[in-house]
Design a protein around this ligand. Structure first.
Ligand code: NAP
Length: 248
């Protein structure tokens, strides 16, 4: 029977593949036969991810800092250097540093905006070039913080609301190239990012999620759906996977 979730003959770039949601997405995509380009800064942790994958020989690692925008041409050239173009991009690289208004500094604002949003816009524009892709599907990771306020997270929230708005508008241009773009909107997910949150604050958030703390593999399932042809009718959308979080 035709498996709509199968990713055979698909080459997919995953940022943030060295940890958390990106690592879980890589594991699942490899089980569905994709070839992967694993990106992150920490080569050691990217290698750990590689050891967890099916068909290890099919995947490549490209360690780089997502804020080194000048390196993107080189990164994409390396990604397609075997002659096969990309047919998927998942942007999981992100940071969620609390930033109270009294500590706001331009450099702290740009650190979050560049890592979470500017990088995504530039990755998408690179991916859309004929040299690097043949149709396919792009997935960004937003957050419930784009809609639900949380103390000290205003800049993070703005970066994620911006990502969702970017997805909606970029879908118009990308459909001309047969590329779909969507994002997932998680609540609290059990990764190093959530584990670094103040424990009391995290307990409160988990208490508001009907289904409790989300496992990264559950977000990976939604990413897989959006990458695959099972979601062929969906573009420009933000899909909630927030553990049933109904209010603040
Ligand atoms: N966990 C949650 O509760 C939650 C909830 C909602 C949304 N999200 C979103 O989900 C995404 C993934 O988060 P996660 O929970 O998986 O976090 P994580 O475990 O902390 O992983 C973050 C990833 O981002 C990469 N990264 C950070 N800064 C980078 C930079 N300058 N250059 C390259 N890579 C960079 C890290 O790679 P290196 O360390 O190797 O550089 C790491 O692989 C983020 O966008 C986050 O905002 C998470």
């Amino acid at each position: 029977m035709n498996d709509l979730m199968d990713l055979s003959h698909r080459k997919i770039m995953i940022t943030g593949a060295s940890s958390g949601i990106g690592r879980a997405a890589a594991i699942l995509a490899s089980e569905k036969n994709a070839s992967l380009v694993l990106c992150g800064r920490d080569e050691g942790r990217l290698n750990e991810t590689l050891q967890m994958l099916e068909n290890k020989e099919r995947h490549i690692l490209i360690p780089f800092d997502i804020r080194s925008f000048d390196s993107y041409n080189d990164v994409f050239d390396r990604a397609v250097s075997d002659g096969n173009k990309l047919s998927g991009l998942v942007h999981c690289a992100g940071i969620a540093k609390p930033l109270p208004l009294r500590m706001m500094k331009y450099s702290r604002i740009t650190e979050t905006i560049e890592t979470n949003l500017s990088s995504f816009a530039l990755l998408v524009s690179m991916y859309a070039g004929k040299k690097y892709s043949e149709g396919g599907s792009i997935v960004g990771i937003s957050s419930v913080n784009s809609r639900l306020p949380q103390q000290y997270m205003s800049v993070y929230a703005a970066s994620k609301a911006g990502l969702e708005a970017f997805v909606r508008s970029a879908s118009l241009e990308l459909c001309e190239r047969n590329i779909r773009i969507n994002c997932v909107v998680p609540g609290a997910v059990d990764t190093p990012m959530a584990q670094s949150t103040d424990p009391e604050q995290l307990e409160k958030i988990i208490g508001r999620q009907l289904l409790g703390l989300t496992d990264p593999s559950e977000i990976a399932n939604v990413i897989l759906f959006l990458l695959s042809s099972a979601s062929s009718a969906i573009t420009g959308a933000a899909i909630s996977a927030d553990g049933g979080r109904l209010g603040q």
